[in-house]
Design a protein around this ligand. Sequence first.
Ligand code: BTN
Length: 370
Amino acid sequence: MRVGCAARTDNDAVTKVRMAHPMVDVLSVSVFYASRGLVVIMPALFVAGPGMLELLKLLQDGRFHSGEALGAQLGISRSAIWKQLQGLEAEFGVEVFKVPGRGYRLASPMVLLDVERISRSAPGLHWPILVRSSVDSTNAEIFRRLDAGTPAPFVLMAERQTAGRGRRGRVWASPFAENLYCSLVLRVDGGMSQVEALSLTVGLAVARALQACGVEGARLKWPNDVLVDGRKISGILLELAGDPADVCHVVIGIGINVNMTFDAPGVIDQPWTSVRQCLGRAIDRNDLAVELLLQLHDCLSVHWQHGFAGLREQWEALHAWRGRSVALTAGSNATLGVVLGVDERGAIRLNVDGVDRAFSGGELSLRLQQ
Ligand code: BTN
């Protein structure tokens, strides 16, 4: 594995990390959790390949299917179906009921990401969309595909991430078929000024997508967290590849907690919520994925034409912490102030001892003071 240097822009939460070694979806040990309260920790050597996902698609209606019928539909034997079902349980924590004489059915119906449906519902984007059952990280997978020559732009979503990456080296909890893990890669020709404040623009798109799906309380925390009542519902990780002064690629990684209702102990270290918790019901992730891509497309078009200045007012309208007392930290240094807003370059403006000051940089982090 090659891991390059980390470079951050002045004014944005952009990190450059290159991982150029292909990884396969074969796990020697699986440790995971699922929303239905099932915890599985067992040795496994299953390939999370398309076959398993195809089987899951046949089962996702929640009805009984005989092994014979499933085998006929997938063109494999009943014993191969049995093996795949074991793989589903061990690898993804998907609970399957087996009833003699009736066949198999999922303990709870689930709706998988449907690439055709998403592409059909978001025409005119011209972003090819790929959906994988399991990757380490959708951002990392995009870097590998760029290295292999896949041209940008394209979108990659996964049903699960085994090493979802958060900001500042954190892990992003990514259970199977519960949330959205989505990365979009774009080619940037205009140098670093193009990506200035890009993460704020992406945050706005995410908040708008959530609102369109009924999460009216979605608000923005500088630079790019999306919160509902102070709890994080979405995080964004921008990573750059190439020469930032010339032609480069920006990978926009977005995680949205959608139907997750509990987290494995110790995985998430901050207050969080999900769309399901906000609405009191599960939603179809395909609808949110479509809305997300459409809002991203809209916001990015404005960004490329006018920069963040063209979106600043909308961002401010959803600003969670305006007027609040905060501590702005960079490493061990903290600056105390009251949030005034964001400027046209996406910097956070604080009133510090009566002086209006603007701060920017990927290492900065905001915390509320009481
Ligand atoms: C944060 O820490 O707030 C940023 C979290 C970003 C998570 C997303 S999920 C899709 C993409 N792939 C990753 O590995 N990370 C981002």
